[in-house]
Write a protein that binds this ligand. Structure first.
Ligand code: GLA
Length: 383
């Protein structure tokens, strides 16, 4: 298996550094077929866990502090469980500290431990390496100290770590799908009540191709939080708790009271929720043409209404539209960079990549990366 070498690496590094056998777990990144910026509006999403992620190794120690070591950054840090607080520009360390802080807030008791982390999610790809990291830490702690968290409780711990220590007011999609993913299945998740329906994914004759723009624009996090608060404000105007509770009629009724930009943003969320449900029907009917059409529509909305795309992503989608072998494509994740997801005819990936790579380079002076991924199991202990 593809992650075997990663697991061995973490295990042997742990043994070498800490002279003990760790409890190992794997937590995957995710893709999202459709349903973007709907999760924090209590709407629908359609993600799946992938075969790339984070391996964590964890074990108790007899010292008076904890040590965490990130293999990819080749960086270790020591901390005391009595003094958990965020570090300014702390990067990966804040995910460790954030998860611990949330575990403690839940009234759980933990003791000093050592932790080794390593991953194979391409950085900046928008495949949710942070959710994978959070889940791998809370899952490891849960195993090590028998904290008796359910998987759903762990998802919430991870999400709150992201809110409070990484400063991103994210929804639940990434942490949920990384925890609850199933091999070859996508999750139709209702983010209002976390009701989930699994859908086997087999696009007969077509593959899922991810293309990484290799850009991450700096406004991504603040723009994300702004979008969320805009949605919450519009919901208030309509007298509903979230945009999920709003109808097109209700939104239309407040049209004159909000800016046209804000109206379009809320309209996008309502339409995107509908698209997710239509996409799940299309999948049930094996209607991949309709699914592809919905992906293109979703991108158009993310670009023009919700305004979270960027020239690099738009360029890749325009190229995909011109290619008869691609049924549909859109930007994936929070936006402002990262990947596009494409449903492309088997055997035509290389031709497409070879065509667009020089064009992309000419325009943006950057190279593309491509990934063909397997849909895989969510967070699990490695026995
Ligand atoms: C990021 C967030 C998710 C979700 C997506 C956009 O990945 O972490 O909660 O909001 O953006 O759909």
């Amino acid at each position: 298996m593809i992650n075997d070498s990663l697991i061995q690496k973490v295990k042997s590094t742990f043994l070498k550094r800490f002279d003990a056998e760790p409890i190992l777990s794997f937590s995957p990144g995710r893709i999202n077929i459709i349903g973007e910026h709907t999760d924090y509006n209590h709407g629908f999403v359609f993600p799946a866990a992938i075969d790339k992620g984070i391996v964590s190794g964890i074990q108790k120690n007899n010292k008076n502090h904890c040590t965490a070591y990130a293999m990819d950054a080749d960086e270790a840090f020591e901390f005391s469980l009595q003094k958990i607080k965020p570090i300014k520009n702390g990067g990966w360390k804040n995910y460790v500290l954030g998860v611990i802080a949330e575990v403690l807030k839940e009234g759980r008791i933990i003791y000093n431990f050592d932790l080794v982390l390593a991953g194979n999610i391409p950085p900046g790809s928008g495949l949710s390496s942070s959710a994978a990291l959070e889940n791998s830490i809370v899952f490891g702690l849960n195993e090590l100290f028998n904290l008796e968290f359910t998987k759903e409780e762990m998802v919430h711990v991870s999400q709150k770590a992201e809110h409070n220590y990484a400063g991103v007011q994210c929804g639940i999609m990434d942490q949920y799908s990384s925890m609850f993913g199933k091999k070859n299945q996508a999750l139709l998740l209702d983010c209002r009540d976390l009701n989930v329906t699994y859908f086997p994914i087999n696009f007969e004759g077509y593959d899922i191709l991810l293309i990484n723009t290799n850009v991450k624009h700096s406004l991504a996090e603040s723009a994300y939080n702004q979008r969320r608060s805009t949605c919450e404000t519009i919901a208030k105007h309509m007298g509903v708790s979230t945009l999920r509770e709003a109808s097109y009629e209700k939104l239309h009724a407040v049209k004159e009271k909000i800016t046209s930009e804000d109206y379009q943003k809320a309209l996008f969320v309502l339409e995107e929720n509908d698209r997710v449900l239509r996409a799940s029907k299309a999948l049930t009917n094996n209607d991949f043409t309709e699914l592809g059409r919905l992906l293109f529509e979703s991108h158009k909305g993310l670009q023009n209404q919700y305004k979270v795309s960027c020239p690099e992503l738009d360029f890749l989608i325009d190229q995909a539209k011109q290619n008869p072998n691609i049924l549909g494509a859109r930007m994936m994740g929070g936006g402002f960079g990262g990947c596009t997801i494409n449903i492309i005819k088997k055997g035509t990936v290389d031709a497409f990549i070879n065509t667009i790579t020089p064009l992309y380079y000419e325009q943006f002076n950057k190279n593309l990366s491509q990934y063909e991924l397997q849909i895989s199991q969510g967070t699990y202990k490695i026995e």
